[in-house]
Design a protein around this ligand. Structure first.
Ligand SMILES: [Cu+2]
Length: 269
């Protein structure tokens, strides 16, 4: 679908870095076009009537109650039009929903993401490609994947509802305490992208952001995993921190270190 249409509404701000990002953008574009169509028609009609039936000397305004059939059709016919466009739109929505949310394509690897107030923990499979084995690699706020590999994810929460969101992938999925939620993604562009919690999950919600690094190949990924195991890896966040004033948690850096809020937040870790 995505080859046919891209208005750049989203891609000019956030790259489309997963296999289904283009399909999600296509839906946004379609909605914009359909809503835009009605917007233009409605305003054009309104302004035409304003000018055509403007006040004139000696002409008395007519009171129209809208109860006659000939008057009601002005409401009914546009309404049928809106419904027809909605049905057209829902057809595409169902196709995308089934592909993205209800299908689990064969995968190369699996990752686990665990949300908690207020950080993300990640588990990467080791060389055996299986979770919960000796060679797993655990990280905090720092997820690593390989470009063009399909991943299954397992989402868990240690406390409240969170939402695992990677805007560049157009991916969002709730995490629910007591449940493991599965889904998939396939990164198509290498680089480091934002990964964040997209559901108000407490007062530290706004600092619950992390990074996902899409490695161009397995070699780069394996080197990073080895560095993490050896304790020599500088995560995206470590590098960011060294660049200047600590950016997180920004709510604390703005307040005094001994303010009640800062103390309460610090105690929660
Ligand atoms: Cu959260």
């Amino acid at each position: 679908m995505n080859e046919y249409l891209d208005l750049g509404l989203i891609t000019s701000f956030v790259p489309a870095a997963s296999s289904f990002a283009g399909d999600i953008d296509f839906l946004f574009d379609l909605i914009t076009i359909i809503v835009g169509f009605w917007f233009v028609i409605t305003l054009a009609t309104l302004f035409y009537f304003i000018i055509r039936f403007r006040r004139r000397e000696g002409v008395k305004a007519l009171y129209i109650s809208g109860e006659k059939h000939s008057e009601k059709v002005w409401t009914h016919y546009p309404h049928y039009g809106v419904i027809a466009f909605d049905v057209f739109l829902i057809g595409f929505v169902i196709v995308v929903w089934v592909n993205v949310k209800q299908t689990l394509p064969a995968n190369e690897d699996t990752i686990r993401a665990i949300g908690q107030q207020w950080s993300w923990s990640f588990v990467h499979t080791g060389a055996d490609g299986k979770l919960d084995t000796e060679d797993d690699v655990n990280t905090v706020n720092d997820l690593h994947v390989i470009k063009n590999n399909t991943y299954h994810f397992e989402l868990q929460s240690r406390d409240v509802l969170h939402n695992f969101a990677i805007p560049a992938f157009r991916l969002r999925q709730d995490t629910i305490p007591g449940r493991t939620i599965r889904g998939w993604f396939k990164p198509t562009i290498s680089g480091t992208f934002d990964l964040q919690c997209a559901e108000i999950c407490g007062r530290g919600h706004s600092m619950m952001f992390a990074a996902i690094t899409v490695h161009p190949d397995r070699k780069s990924y394996d080197e990073t995993m080895d560095a993490i195991r050896a304790g020599t890896y500088e995560s995206h966040f470590e590098k960011k921190r060294q660049l200047g004033p600590v950016p997180l948690p920004f709510t604390v850096s703005k307040s005094k270190a001994d303010s009640p809020y800062a103390l309460e937040l610090a105690q929660s870790f």
